[in-house]
Design a protein around this ligand. Structure first.
Ligand SMILES: [Zn+2]
Length: 174
């Protein structure tokens, strides 16, 4: 009976030792609950990284570029066409830098534009109508041949997707 009381007392002491420790840390100005501060920091980092990843992964074709494209000059038109090679099946392939989607990029007046948008604008002599995207009828992002391009609503552009193949392209040589 006496021994059992001692054991119980010792057990109680151990429990109070365990529970007393965090209480001794209170009042030093720090939140010592690792779950709360740890998750808060990690979550804020994760949220920030998620935002950055989302902005990187936004597909280029889904964005409508609303910047006006400067008209061609003899110099810029020659510089533009110097970056183009024609394929036997009639595509005008951009050979200079391309973005991650495979769309050619052209530096014009200090700004970088997608080459197929420049080609459409110059061929048509007008800016791309507001709200429209320039779609590839031939399905080849690097192709800038103006008659392989069509101004469509963005929805139409996304719906068309992979269903169009190079087979639909004109067989004319450039
Ligand atoms: Zn083409």
């Amino acid at each position: 009976m006496r021994a059992r009381t001692l054991i119980a007392k010792n057990g109680a002491d151990r429990v109070s030792d365990l529970t007393r420790q965090p209480q001794q840390n209170q009042g030093n100005g720090l939140d010592l609950e690792p779950r709360s501060w740890g998750l808060t920091v990690l979550e804020s980092v994760a949220v920030q990284r998620g935002r950055e990843a989302a902005s990187r992964m936004r597909p280029a074709p889904a964005l409508i570029d609303t910047r006006p494209i400067p008209g061609p000059t003899n110099v810029s038109a020659a510089r533009f066409m110097a970056k183009v090679e024609c394929t036997e099946d009639g595509h005008w392939i951009w050979t200079a830098s391309a973005n991650e989607g495979g769309y050619g990029q052209f530096n014009l007046g200090g700004s970088v534009f997608r080459a197929h948008r420049v080609a459409w604008t110059w061929r048509n002599g007008e800016q791309i109508p507001s709200g429209l995207a320039i779609d590839h009828l031939c399905g080849i992002p690097a192709c800038i041949r103006p008659d392989h391009l069509e101004a469509v609503t963005q929805r139409g552009n996304l719906l068309r997707g992979d269903t169009v193949t190079a087979d639909s392209a004109s067989r004319d040589r450039c």
